[in-house]
Design a binder for this molecule. Structure first.
Ligand code: TYM
Length: 356
């Protein structure tokens, strides 16, 4: 268990429950692994109830080829399991099989304010210059994400740094809902008038923002046009080693102190990757490698990454050969998730004033 994992709920009135999700919209990469998946497994080990989702409803906010979407959803599911998420100990499912996600998202569309949504930087980045032509779903995306988390009254959400703003919005939506419907919430039996928890983001450690291997100022991303920028979870050992050997660096040796990484984004990124893969801090990595050049550090990093990732990619391939088994795990997960989701929605329908 890392320091970042708290086993108590930040708000003691709510039972601790972890929720997180990944879009099945491209190949998973080292950033997804270190920023999310590896921490999903740590949270599972902490004993808190854990619910993990493949967010296919989010994926279709930009065009997805239907056949590829199905395949990618299975790939993400296989990646969860191959990295150690255990379908018996955690609930894993794809979002579209639990229709309450879309239902709660609609209620939240009516709670969130347009001014809040207009501040979301991810929409601005993704819509780019062609904003008028972006889907309405892409704009409403963060409200669906709030629904994902709050449907399970999730108290802890492990994510990378890029999701921070969405989690702040989730807190705002929960707070406004609790406030707007205070008296109905009390009538529904929640005496202190708070139905949704104010979720705690879990964003910490060296891996919260893994950067591109070609440009240390840019996030490692599924959509990077350069193949060499990103280590995919499905890359084989040779490819991983090659990408790390060719990663951009500078001519200086590594410093012995973290302060020496200032202004050296590529060096910092490789040190942070090493730290996250070996469960150390950057300080510890620099104690070992300070004063060494990249001629020594890169091969050590490549060995570490290959040792860590090669068994994962082999397990993903093995699982993908049995798609029916994956589908059945997801159906089972969706059933278990659906029970929690329906329990929440029964209250929400009552609180909002829907006849049922
Ligand atoms: P997505 O699919 O883009 O990414 C999945 C997870 O990987 C993390 N991540 C990174 N972490 C470190 N370094 C990187 N370079 C890097 N790139 C990605 C992301 O922060 C994320 O944790 N909106 C979410 C999916 C989502 C979700 C949710 C997450 C939908 N509903 C509810 C949590 C809770 C997304 O697009 O993640």
């Amino acid at each position: 268990m890392t320091d970042a994992v708290q086993t108590h709920s930040p708000d003691a009135r709510f039972t601790p429950r972890v929720f997180s999700g990944i879009q099945p919209s491209g190949d998973l990469h080292l950033g997804n692994y270190l920023g999310a998946l590896k921490r999903f497994v740590e949270m599972q080990a902490s004993g808190i109830e854990t619910v993990y989702c493949m967010v296919d409803l989010h994926a279709i906010t930009v065009w997805q080829d239907p056949k590829t979407l199905r395949q990618k959803t299975r790939e993400v599911a296989a990646s969860y399991i191959a990295t150690g998420v255990d379908p018996k100990r955690s609930i894993i499912f794809n979002q579209s099989q639990v229709m309450q996600h879309a239902e709660l998202a609609w209620v939240f569309n009516c709670v969130a304010r347009i001014g809040w949504m207009n501040r979301m930087t991810q929409f601005k980045d993704k819509a780019g210059k062609n904003r008028e032509n972006a889907s309405l779903g892409l704009y409403a995306y963060p409200s669906l994400m709030a629904a994902d988390i709050l449907l399970y009254r999730g108290t802890h959400v492990p994510v990378g740094d890029d999701q921070k703003q969405h989690l702040e919005l989730t807190r705002d939506i929960a707070g406004k809902f609790n406030n707007d419907f205070k008296s109905e919430i009390v009538e529904e039996g929640f005496e202190d008038g708070d139905f949704f928890p104010i979720t705690e983001p879990l964003i910490s450690g060296p891996a919260m923002r893994i950067m591109s291997l070609r440009d240390g100022t840019k996030k490692m991303s599924k959509s990077d046009p350069s193949e060499m920028a990103c280590i995919a979870l499905m890359d084989d050992a040779d490819m991983i080693a090659k990408k790390l050997r060719k990663a951009k660096t500078d001519p200086e040796p590594l410093p012995s102190e973290v302060e020496g990484l200032e202004g050296r984004p590529e060096a910092r990124n490789l040190v942070e990757i090493y730290a996250a893969l070996s469960n150390q801090t950057s300080e510890q990595v620099l104690q070992e490698f300070g004063g060494q050049g990249f001629g020594v550090f890169k091969p050590a990093l490549a060995d570490l990454a290959v040792d860590h990732l090669a068994p994962i990619s082999a397990e993903i391939s093995r699982m993908l050969a049995e798609p029916d088994e994956i589908d059945s795990i997801l159906r089972d997960g969706a059933e278990r998730a659906g029970e929690i989701a329906e329990e929440t929605m029964k209250h929400v329908r009552q609180i909002v004033g829907f006849l049922s």
